[in-house]
Design a protein around this ligand. Structure first.
Ligand code: HAM
Length: 443
């Protein structure tokens, strides 16, 4: 029996093992993930956001209430299970509801009247898998609680767009819409239902169900026929209340002022029931058919819906896999992290025991060092040093032990010099600090 990762899930691997990742459609090189997450964390720090980490599963009811029972995500895609205490639990299908649950549970609003949170989370949705769409994917995201104005909407959108700028991804479109308030949307949904009713028999079964249960969600349909039938449907933006309209116009003013390009998309409703007013999506042509790199919006009723005090909120989620695919498609190089400073290559038992001490010394001196723990042939060890991108291979055999030295091999120049074992660490540190020159002062 050979096991493999469940369908729609993937392993993320050290880069040498992910060597052929350029050929795969899954970005499995862990160094790229670290790089991307590092940029996100730095940016969040710069903007004054603080990290939260929440459990991978929550009570099922949290998502039903927050995301909405009529949404595809909750009605078709959640991973639900009954735990051994007979409670219904769900693997998080998104990051907003868990962040808000934590915000309320720990009453973060007491210390942070405007609470700016970020997260890096795995997310679970039982979707039909294809390139850019997985059953386990990962999001970086932010949520701001307690600020109602369009100025914070502009900040949230600016953080998302500057993240992509820092990654080097420039082929992007920011789609923007306002979905109004619950009340203005009710009027719109009435108009949408009157429009759709005579066309229902031609629509997909899903949309016929949505018509009954949650008519706004008809606009989420991915069926081309449904989309065509809905192409002349009334537009949400024509039903906005005055306050939502003003909010939307001010937001556009801020974005223009910040030099952020956007396109208005009156059909953008996104697949969640919690949105009010601002909704946005950042799309890219570089991920195949899954074009959304990030999506978010305002949710002014959600905190109250989850049992908290009335508190406005806004945030976004951004798919890490899709961002990495977009980078790869656009041919953008990701900087490589530093390799090992040294790989110790002991030849024989005496050398091995000397190396145990040397490797400890080098690490204590803060140098990234490893030792070959199995393998006897020097060539194999040098090949390992190459793969680990080691700056130096330190070769120790019986002769070296006798003489109290190690052979320091510069992996770039292939030059080798003997250095006293007592001084290796300081010699290499000097060489590294001066840009990695010769290590030949000692002999
Ligand atoms: P979402 O649009 O469902 O929003 O997901 C955010 C991003 O996650 C998408 O733009 C996409 O890049 C990525 N994504 C979604 N599903 C998959 C999948 N199956 N495979 C790979 N990547 C995927 C939310 O989840 C909201 N919670 C965002 C939000 C935060 N709204 C307000 N605050």
């Amino acid at each position: 029996m050979r096991y493999s990762a469940p369908p729609g899930t993937h392993d993320i691997l050290p880069p040498a093992l992910a060597a052929d990742s350029a050929k795969r459609d899954w970005p499995d090189d862990i160094d790229k993930w670290h790089w991307l997450e590092g940029i996100f964390r730095n940016l969040c720090g710069l903007y004054g956001y603080e990290e939260v980490r929440t459990p991978v599963f929550e009570q099922t009811d949290l998502f039903k209430r927050a995301v909405g029972e009529g949404t595809d995500i909750v009605s078709k895609e959640t991973y639900d299970f009954i735990d051994r205490g007979n409670r219904s639990m769900t693997l998080r299908p998104e990051g907003t509801a868990p962040a808000l649950r934590a915000y309320l549970q720990h009453r973060l609003y007491i210390d942070r009247p405007v609470c700016k949170l970020y997260y890096v989370s795995s997310i679970y949705r039982y979707e039909r898998k294809q390139k850019g769409r997985y059953r386990e994917h990962h999001q970086v995201g932010i949520e701001v609680l307690g600020a109602a104005g369009p100025d914070i909407d502009a900040e949230v959108i600016a953080l998302a767009t500057s993240f992509f700028t820092r990654l080097g991804i420039t082929r992007l479109t920011l789609k923007l819409n306002s979905v109004g308030t619950t009340e203005s949307r009710e009027k719109y949904v009435e108009a949408l239902r009157s429009y759709a009713e005579p066309l229902l028999s031609e629509m997909s079964e899903d949309n016929q169900r949505r018509f009954q249960e949650n008519a706004l969600r008809m606009l989420d349909s991915k069926s081309p026929r449904d989309q065509e039938l809905l192409s002349d449907a009334p537009l949400l933006t024509d039903y906005l209340d005055d306050e939502s309209r003003r909010h939307f116009e001010e937001l556009q003013g801020y974005l223009t002022g910040l030099g952020i390009d956007y396109e208005l998309d009156p059909r953008l409703v996104r697949g969640f029931d919690y949105y009010t007013r601002t909704a946005f999506e950042i799309q890219s042509p570089d991920v195949g058919s899954q074009s959304a790199l990030a999506g978010g919006g305002r949710y002014d009723k959600l905190v109250k819906e989850l049992g908290g005090p009335p508190t406005p909120g806004i945030g976004f989620g951004l798919g890490i896999e899709r961002a990495l695919i977009a980078l790869q498609t656009a041919g953008i190089a990701v900087p490589e992290p530093p390799g090992l400073m040294a790989l110790l290559c002991p030849l024989g038992a005496r050398a091995r025991s000397a190396c145990v001490h040397l490797v400890a010394q080098m690490r204590a001196a803060n140098m990234m060092t490893d030792m070959v723990y199995s393998g006897r042939k020097l060539n194999d060890m040098l090949e390992q040093a190459d793969k680990r991108r080691a700056r130096y291979a330190l070769i120790v055999g019986d002769d070296e032990i006798e003489d109290g030295v190690v052979q320091v091999r510069d992996m770039r120049t292939k030059q080798q010099v003997a250095v006293s074992i007592a001084h290796v660490a300081e010699t290499l540190r000097g060489a590294g600090a001066s840009g990695g020159a010769e290590a030949d002062e000692e002999g």
